[in-house]
Structures are given as C-alpha cells and as structure tokens.
Design a protein around this ligand. Structure first.
Ligand SMILES: NC(=O)C1=CN([C@@H]2O[C@H](COP(=O)(O)OP(=O)(O)OC[C@H]3O[C@@H](n4cnc5c(N)ncnc54)[C@H](OP(=O)(O)O)[C@@H]3O)[C@@H](O)[C@H]2O)C=CC1
Ligand SMILES: O=C(O)[C@@H]1CCC=N1
Length: 310
C-alpha cells in the first residue's frame, strides 16, 4: 500500500529520534524505514477504539483518517451520548454499544473520557482488558500508576495531545507505562506523529505539557479573537481582522520553528525605533502580558496535579 502523503521523515515523531545517536543521514535512513514499516503494520493490524467519542476523540479520529494512517473504517467508538456516536457514525466509524464491546473489537484503546470519569470507566472495562490491549490515556492529570491498577493487564501509554490533531498540527507529549514495549512507543509516536509532533517526556512533566500545549490552543484562540477585536475597534471588517490575526499567529509560529531564531530576536526584527510595534509592546509589558501567559501555564500544570488526586 502506498505511504500516506503526510507520513514523511520531517513528520516522523521525535520519539523516534534518539539524541546523539549516529549521523543525521543514518538516522534519516533508519527512521524512514521504521516509519514505513510502522505505517504498513498500522494499516494492517491496528484497530483503534475510542472510549468516549467527545471533542478530543473526534479530533484524533478525523486527524488519523485525514493522515491516511488509520482509516475511519479501522476505528471504533463508544459513548454514553448518542449525539456523539452519531458524529462518529457519520465519519464511517463502527459504533460499539458498550466499552467492553469496544475492547473486543480494538487492540489500541484511546481513553478519551473526562479525567473525573476515568476510574469508573476503566475499572468497569477491566474484565474485558488483557495484555493484548494497549490503553492510550489522554486524560489530563491521571497518572499511569492509577491507570495500571484500574486496567489490570493492559499495557499503558499516557499521551497529552491537543485539539490541533484535527488539522494535523498537534503538539503532544507521551510517557510509557512499565509494561509498554518499545513497539508500543513506536506505534503511539507514529500515530500522533502523523497528527503533528510528539515528544517523549518523563511522566512527572506531562502536567507541564498540559499547561503549555494541551491547554495552549485555548490561550492562542483567545489571543486571535482579541487581536481581531482590536482590528475591528480600529475600523477593519470582522472577516479581514480575523484572517489577519490568525494568519499572523500561523506565520509567527512558522518563523520560530523554521528560522530557529530566538523569539526575542524575531520580536526585535519587527520593532522599529519609535515605531508602531514598540508602542504596542510597551502596552503589553505594562499589562503583564508575558507574566499572564507564564501564570496560565503554571495554573494549568497545577490543575493537572490536582486532577491526579481525583
Ligand atoms: N479538549 C481538549 O482540548 C483536550 C482534552 N484532553 C483530555 O481528553 C479527554 C476528553 O476530553 P474532551 O474530548 O474535551 O471531553 P468530552 O466531554 O468532549 O468527551 C468525553 C466523552 O465521553 C463521554 N462519556 C462519559 N462517560 C462515558 C462512559 N462511561 N463511556 C463512554 N463515554 C463516556 C462523554 O459523554 P457525556 O458528555 O454525556 O458525559 C463525552 O461525550 C479528557 O480526559 C481531557 O483531559 C486532552 C488534551 C486536550
Ligand atoms: O481543559 C482540560 O482539562 C483539557 C486538558 C487539556 C486541554 N483541555
């Protein structure tokens, strides 16, 4: 089967890029073949089941289908809310009448219910779970140790993605449970690598990932909305202001990722002496713009730690 268009080396998950290992060219060759093999394996053997068919499950399912890595007809979903299963049905995904039936049909299960529901849901599924299941939890805060107790023999991987899975531009972190294998790591990294970028992190840092990139899209959406409001206040139409604001965020992110320059240096490139930008920067500094973002990330991290205790 041909490789999905988006599954190329520059999208290969960073999890597959060990630091300081041989030459770049060697890695490129090695990981291209790993990614090809992984993609073929995924297409042939993986049946992804979504426990909970809410916003994130939909973003991941649509993203996987769009990337070509796991087509909708190899996905399954279950949810207590019929309107959500209808959304998945319209994607071409099979619907299971219970989470246990989902486990019968899928070998990779994505736990996509709210953290507060995780214990009940996983504990109820336990009799249907075996060591042949890989349980990928995206629930904020819930530690692998707890998931392992609730899930019994299933192998566990914890991932913190974000809603941008939907457009193939997620930023995610992942950590492995004790019984998860290197093949599980490659599989999850390949799946989420096809939806954007994923980094392997120590589990204790997953709440920090949540604070930066799990919740981050909300902060950026607010920033886009506010930039557009500013444009409207200055006389632009809503459509033009929104397009300018969103494209500015997209381009600025690309500048950071592609130029490899420090964002402070890029900011200085925009800021003319006695110009317009420094007038705006001064206003942002006076109102604690950077401090507000730092505190937002810390608040999200702390909330993740609190959810761990639920
Ligand atoms: N939203 C985001 O941007 C991100 C979310 N996450 C994590 O993803 C998880 C899902 O979040 P999100 O998609 O926003 O939540 P949603 O509420 O949109 O989705 C959860 C779905 O699970 C359903 N559900 C509840 N109980 C059960 C059950 N027993 N069996 C099957 N389904 C059930 C819910 O139904 P009902 O509504 O009727 O209860 C709901 O449709 C959370 O744990 C969150 O921490 C991670 C990264 C980003
Ligand atoms: O708000 C939340 O709790 C979830 C986790 C990360 C993004 N949304």
């Amino acid at each position: 089967a041909p490789l999905p268009a988006r599954l190329c080396w520059d999208r290969a998950p960073s999890a597959l890029q060990p630091a300081g290992c041989r030459s770049w060219r060697y890695q490129q060759k090695r990981f291209s073949s790993v990614v090809v093999a992984m993609a073929m394996d995924l297409a042939a053997n993986t049946r992804v089941g979504f426990i909970g068919a809410g916003q994130m499950a939909e973003a991941i399912a649509r993203g996987l289908d769009r990337s070509g890595l796991v087509p909708a007809d190899r996905m399954y979903a279950s949810d207590v809310n019929v309107s959500r299963t209808q959304v998945f049905e319209s994607l071409g995904t099979s619907i299971c009448s219970s989470n246990s039936k989902l486990a019968e049909n899928s070998n990779v299960l994505i736990l996509a219910v709210k953290p507060q529901a995780a214990e009940k849901v996983v504990t109820e599924m336990r009799p249907s779970l075996s060591k042949d299941h890989l349980l990928v939890s995206i629930a904020a805060g819930i530690p692998i140790k707890k998931l392992q107790v609730w899930a019994g023999d299933a192998r566990i991987v914890r991932v913190m993605p974000n809603v941008n899975c939907l457009v193939g531009e997620t930023a995610a972190g992942m950590s492995l449970g004790k019984t998860a294998t290197p093949a599980d790591s490659d599989l999850v990294a390949t799946m989420f690598g096809s939806l954007g970028k994923i980094h392997v992190v120590d589990e204790r840092l997953l709440n920090a990932v949540t604070g930066v990139s799990g919740s981050g899209p909300a902060y950026i959406f607010m920033a886009i909305e506010a930039l557009a409001d500013g444009g409207v206040a200055s006389g632009l139409t809503r459509d033009v202001a929104m397009s300018l604001a969103a494209q500015t965020v997209l381009g600025s992110a690309k500048m950071v990722l592609e130029s490899k320059k420090h964002p402070g240096e890029l900011k200085d490139m925009v800021t003319s002496p006695a110009g317009t930008t420094i007038a705006g920067v001064r206003e942002l500094e006076e109102r604690g713009f950077r401090s507000a973002l730092i505190n937002a990330v810390l608040a999200g991290t702390k909330r993740g730690e609190e959810l761990a205790g639920n």
